[in-house]
Design a protein around this ligand. Sequence first.
Ligand code: SAH
Length: 357
Amino acid sequence: MTAIAATPPIQPPLLGKSRAELVEWVQQQGQPAYRGKQLHEWIYAKGVRSLATISVFPKQWRAALETVEVGRSHLHYRAVAPDGTIKYLLRLSDGHMIETVGIPTDKRLTVCVSSQVGCPMACTFCATGKGGFLRNLATHEILDQVLTVQSDFGQRVTNIVFMGMGEPLLNDQAVLAAVRSINQDIGIGQRCITISTVGIPGRIRRWAEHQLQATLAVSLHASNQSIREQLVPSARQYPLPMLLEECREYVQITGRRVTFEYILLAELNDLPTHADELAHHLRGFQSHVNLIPYNPIQEMDYQRPTPKRVETFVQRLQAAGIAVSVRQTRGLEADAACGQLRAAIAPRIDSKNSENR
Ligand code: SAH
């Protein structure tokens, strides 16, 4: 007997629709426009998961709405790190799992969102790439991550970083729609949103055309082509001078500076000569370097440099007039730090810092 594939929902999920689109949608259902505004508030501000529970809607209509999907995922697992960072494993409607991280600081709550299930880029130091690539996320699956963290913390999300699983510029249409909705529907300023890319030929230029106020972060990770190729396999098709040229165009088109992310791997790319080489490339470039000391993953025996070596690298860049910061590691104990996310099928629940609910 042949298995019958599950039929996809007839209606696309509502999450991701703007206020105007929701007003239009309720009118198509024979309802007055103000119901669309209510729907918008219930979806984005109250985080409703099922339309049947919207108490301000007439009972009869609520029953008819039962089959319409909001587009929320299911919280499968949650791990709390000692620093308060929480990693979430979310189950999508097709059963795939993605990870999302909520990172609290004094005044902020940052969500690190995934843009794909897995990642095709296979950067050697990153856990996500080890499991390969399954599919792009839809816009509502990106937005759901923000709403999930917001409701779990019971606090407004202030910042978004597209630094979870996946390569955002390989899914740029859904990411663009998500950025619009995060900004206009959830109410987070564009300047508080960062999109991180490893660099896909032509895509940085294309992204610039949208003239967003969001920050673009580019994962450079090396001061020359030969080291970059060792760490980032896709660099073979995208030589460093070409990538840097496209970043310059981005600055010209948008008038905004680029952040260059640089993972620090002991002995591999963290020597003073590497800092000098990097500074040489970036001299006069409207940019900022964000150093990321390597977070360990099981598969690789790269080493994180000592704080002293990190400091030397920083000083060397500063001496050359380069703006630089060091990313503070968050969530390491919950495997929630940069590069530690993976689409785990069976999460570890033995850690004393983990909670399952
Ligand atoms: N695909 C996007 C987003 C990746 S995650 C990109 O490549 O930019 C965000 C950042 O974490 C990237 O700069 C990525 O290279 C970095 N990263 C990946 N694995 C890491 C690890 N093990 N330790 C530290 N940073 C890591």
